[in-house]
Ligand binder design. Structure first.
Ligand SMILES: [Fe+2]
Ligand SMILES: [Fe+2]
Length: 468
């Protein structure tokens, strides 16, 4: 396939998922013989049958938060975001992991599926309701959604913890080596980041939850790794290839490398910077370029790292530092991603730029005001969609008089994540359960809602204790 054909093929798979979502959405509202439903089905089948003609059969699978069409992951498109999210939620609700379409489908085939699908929404055994409906169908087949077993999750958590701390200690090693004038090789960074890229593809949420850990004594190392992880996660939502994600992760890891030149008593100062100290701090982008150019095995990734180190405080509108001549047209694409993620992690953890770390939702609302000026607005949309309104690790007060930590975001109801209860109604410390804020009582009222977010430091709560 040529590039153009590839792009077109991708476009049509996005369209297909979107049209399928439209069919289900309209069928949720109208009777099945309603004109809106039949028209949506016709549109969907027009494209589907065309694709089946080329590919023999089409499988639409859900893995994690993403759809795969014949095993190729479909990119998230901003235009279709709501329809995609709807479909993800409805699939999950019914434990539906995959649909395989074969032969030329007729509208009746889809109608049969719709009946099963809608009925499944009210069933205690939803997946069975769908398979029952499809029993006689020759053109449609389904697979159950694969659940990560309890044991599997524990193992994944262990592996992820290991690679996270591995990356932190690697970063620490690099910085110490550069300080003592030793040569550093960039190859090892690539290997470490490659592992994390694989883990993000499989267990995005677990690895993202690690970035909620902020170690104030080892700030620079944790910050570098956190920025790298968040950058990779954002990159994967943009549909970038694994190779690019690895490069992006390495580049992000080295963005603050210029800080090696700043004396640690300044870097870790507990009080505000003097004007002179600020001047010193603002030179780290330029020092970063110098440090990177000294690395062993200089290649295109290293060059890209140097660019990002230089540009990561310049801002989308070039209002930041270092100041450059007017001719500078725009920031490198990598710089735009890294600087956005950098601001978020710095605001939520730093002792450097603000003495008191902000809660994740506060940081996001400040960033919201900066979208369009200091930050790339489109990238910010993807970012906020990724971390959610209440990012993982946010400490929240609930109207049930409980306190908890945001454990997992809900892709449809951004303001109703899953929360790990850590202080119960009586005010006692507990560890769990994890509750979903989308749960309602018999009268349709939510059991729990977020009243406000709280500062974990004020409550002497160590997030790492709960998230690890
Ligand atoms: Fe920086
Ligand atoms: Fe930074």
């Amino acid at each position: 396939m040529t590039n153009k054909e590839e792009r077109e093929a991708h476009r049509s798979s996005q369209d297909l998922v979107n049209l399928f979502s439209v069919v289900l959405r309209t069928a949720h509202i109208h009777e099945h013989n309603n004109i809106a439903v039949t028209m949506a089905i016709d549109k969907f089948l027009y494209l589907l049958n065309h694709l089946i003609e080329i590919e023999q059969s089409i499988s639409l699978g859900l893995v994690g938060e993403f759809f795969y069409l014949n095993d190729v992951r479909i990119r998230y498109s901003l235009e279709y975001l709501l329809n995609f999210d709807f479909l993800v939620r409805e699939f999950k609700k019914r434990e539906l992991g995959m649909i395989v379409f074969r032969n030329t489908l007729k509208p009746e085939d889809v109608q049969v599926f719709l009946r099963g699908f809608i009925a499944a929404g009210f069933s205690d055994t939803p997946y069975e309701a769908i398979t029952d409906a499809l029993e006689a169908s020759e053109n449609l087949e389904t697979e159950r959604l694969k659940k990560i077993s309890e044991g599997g999750e524990v193992d994944a958590r262990k592996a992820i913890k290991k690679s996270y701390f591995n990356a932190v200690s690697y970063t620490k090693g690099v910085i110490n080596k550069i300080r003592s004038g030793e040569k550093v090789n960039i190859k090892k960074a690539k290997r470490i980041i490659e592992t994390m890229v694989d883990q993000i593809l499989d267990e995005e949420k677990l690895l993202l939850s690690m970035t909620a850990i902020k170690d104030y004594d080892e700030y620079t190392y944790h910050h570098s790794v956190n920025v790298s992880i968040l950058t990779i996660a954002l990159g994967q939502r943009l549909g970038l290839s694994k190779k690019i994600l690895t490069e992006l992760g390495v580049v992000a890891l080295f963005h603050d490398i210029g800080k090696v030149e700043i004396p640690s008593d300044v870097l870790n100062k507990a009080t505000n910077f003097t004007e002179d100290e600020w001047k010193l701090m603002k030179r780290h982008p330029v020092w970063g370029v110098k440090a990177i150019l000294k690395l062993r095995g200089l290649d295109s990734t290293a060059i890209r790292s140097a660019i990002v180190a230089f540009e990561h405080h310049m801002n989308y509108d070039l209002s930041g530092y270092p100041k450059v001549r007017k001719k500078y047209s725009e920031l490198d694409f990598y710089s735009r991603i890294v600087s956005l993620v950098d601001q978020y992690d710095a605001m939520t953890s730093s002792r450097v730029y603000s003495r008191i770390p902000l809660s994740p939702d506060k940081a996001l609302s400040i960033m919201m005001e900066r979208a369009n000026t200091q930050l790339d607005p489109l990238l910010f949309k993807f970012f906020i969609n990724m971390v959610g309104v209440f990012p993982i690790g946010t400490l929240v007060m609930l109207d049930s008089r409980e306190m908890g930590l945001v454990y997992e975001s809900d892709i449809v109801f951004a303001d109703r994540p899953r929360v790990l209860i850590i202080i119960d109604k009586k005010g006692d410390r507990v560890n769990g359960p994890v509750v979903s804020l989308t749960e309602k009582d018999g009268n349709g009222r939510y059991y729990r809602s977020i009243v406000k977010t709280l500062d974990p430091n004020k409550y002497k709560i160590n997030l790492a204790e709960y998230l690890l």
